[in-house]
Structures are given as structure tokens and as C-alpha cells.
Design a binder for this molecule. Sequence first.
Ligand SMILES: *Cc1c(COP(=O)(O)O)cnc(C)c1O
Length: 392
Amino acid sequence: MTATEQQPATRAVHVSPPPVDARPISVPIYQAANFAFDDPDALAESMERPDGAFVYSRYGNPTIRALENALADLEGGVAGIATASGMGAINTVLLSMLNAGDHIIVQRCLYGGTYASMRDLTTRFGIELTFLPGKDPAEVAAAVRPNTRLLYLETVANPMTDVIDLPAFLAAGRQAGLTTVVDNTFATPLLCRPIELGADVVLHSATKYLGGHSDVIGGIIVLARERHYRPTWHYATELGACADPFAAWLTIRGLQTLPLRIRQQCANARVLADRLAAHPAVASVRWPGRADHPDHEVATRHLADYGAIISFDLAGGREAGYALGKQVRLAQLAGSLGGVETTVMHPASTSHRQLDQEALAAAGIGAGTVRLSVGIEDAGDLWADLEQALAA
Ligand SMILES: *Cc1c(COP(=O)(O)O)cnc(C)c1O
């Protein structure tokens, strides 16, 4: 039966894409859940492997693959797995690589969601967790147990911008036979490539700098070892933590301007960090690019620039930190970071509000600490806004 013999109710359903003999300069959105095959064996085979033909978009999709390949290339890994969010990436890695009774070693200061996931793993699935007490790589060897599997690190930690000696920690992890995982969200592959420093797995919240426009939630895992690719992909498909083609497309679109944004954001951060440090209402400033940052030397060794997150302590303490969010006009009070627009947050009254004074201090966060995510706006305009907010 040819198409013209079919009834309109049939022809209306079977709209096909035209045969494409064209090379679009941008990556098209393959908004397709399902892909057709001629051969049942080829269909079955593709369902079993991450690098087979596209079969179902929870397993793989051309737009999503373009993002995965781009990040694998930028990070120097063998493959990428895009996920629905940064937390999707983190939980895919943890759940695919850990079994009940395993032990993981993590750095002291972690993204809050990561901390919550790890806590759940310990209470519900018998995973054992050790927080490294400080920044000495020798602490890794001291924490290792027979059941230790993973060492989990962040390139630049939130919100106090701590930078650990990543190559030394990764070497310590490798020496102990651990799989090393680095959350590289704050640095992006333009400022740091942990795989080149020895990491086995790198992951990102693409919601932040990779997407960069506060309009998409996404995550990505990049694997340095071929042997980790299939099991991690397999677990991602089981969890259903997969990316969506449109979200992947937005992330690709963001990625294309990442170098320009990062350059501008780091340059703006330098201006604002120095001006904040000179302001009488500011007790102290933490930005890894300043010589007075405790990790300045370490950051200089393995970061190409110092990032665009600044935290500063207001002399006026909790009230002053709380009030600043109400006084800013150009910068916006918001929980997330990494976008083209500048945002401020007061951790003690928002992201870390459950912590009492003692717990805040243990995390290194002051009652008057403000976190500033510096955008790409004009630095003079940003300073004028902060200055009026600090004066108020
Ligand atoms: C935001 C963030 C995450 C979580 O990412 P989502 O996309 O919000 O799920 C993980 N790690 C770091 C460092 C983050 O900043």
C-alpha cells in the first residue's frame, strides 16, 4: 500500500522528516523519544550499549550526545553522560559506584544537596562516610579503610571558596586504590580540568556556568576510564536521571559563550573583590584570586583563573547580611549562581538557615557572610549597586 492509498487518519499520523543532506551549523533539537529500526537484532543490540544506534532517548539522543561529546572533549574524558540536573549526576555516580557497606571519603565543605544525598546513603543504605578534617592530603590515607571505594572532592567549595590541593588529593586517592570523583561546577573545564590532574570522574551542575543563563536545569558526568562508562550509563538509564533534548540544547547554546562569560566574570570578580575589601562595612573578603585568601597559592597552581564567586563578611553581622539582600537593586537576591546576571545570597538566613552558630562556624560560614555570584554586567554598575546597598 503506498502512502497515497492510505486514509487521511493514517497519513496525518505518519509525518516523516525529509531526508536530510545538509549540515546545520547549530546542533538541531532532536525532540524525539523513540527511533525506528529495520532489524530487530540491531534494535536489541542498541538497547544494551551506550555507544550503539539511538533507540530511546532515555538511553541516548543525538542532541544530548552532542553535549556529552563536547563536555568529554573539554574535560579530557572518554565519554560524557548528561543528566536532568547536577544532583542527577551526583546520585547516578554515587549509586552506580557504591554498594551497601562501602565507605566514602569526602572533603569537609560540600554542596548542600550532595551532603544531604550522602547523609541519606549512610542512614538508609549503610554506606559509611568520613569527612576530611582539613586540607592536608595525608588525611586521605589516614581515613582509608578496607571497604573504602570513593574519594569525593569539589574544585572550589561553596560558599567560602575553599580550594584544596587537587593534584595532591587525587594522587592520595589513587595511591589508596580509590575511584576519585570531582565536582567541577564552580571552576568549569576552562579554569580546571581535574581529569588531567588524575581524577577518574568529573561532574557538573550544568545549571550553573555551563548553561549560564539561569534558564535550564541540567547536569553532566564525564568519565576518564572506559571501564566506568557502560556501568555508569546503565545506572543512569535505570534511574531515569537522563537529560531532556531541549535542556541539552540550551546547555550547548550556553556552552558556546562559556569562554567569554568566564573571562568577563573573573575580571569583574577581581574588581569587586578588591573594592569590597577596601569598604569599611566589609570585615573580610574571600576570593581565591586575592593574596589574602588562605588557598591563594594552591588556586594559582591549578586554576587558570580564580572564578566568579566571592564571599565576604559584613562587619554588621547577621542583620547586615540579611539586609543586603533587600538593598541590592541590580544584583538579585537568589539561591542559585553562575548565570550572566549577578546574584547575592546570605547563607546564614537561607541555604544554611538550619545551622546554629556553632555549626555555621564549623562550616567556616560567618553570620554576616554574603555570597556573591558575579555576572557579566559592567563592573562599574555592579560596584555602584553594591556600594549603595552597603551604605543603606
Ligand atoms: C548547584 C550545584 C549542584 C546541584 O546541581 P543542580 O543542577 O541544582 O541539581 C551540585 N554541585 C554544586 C557545586 C552546585 O553548585
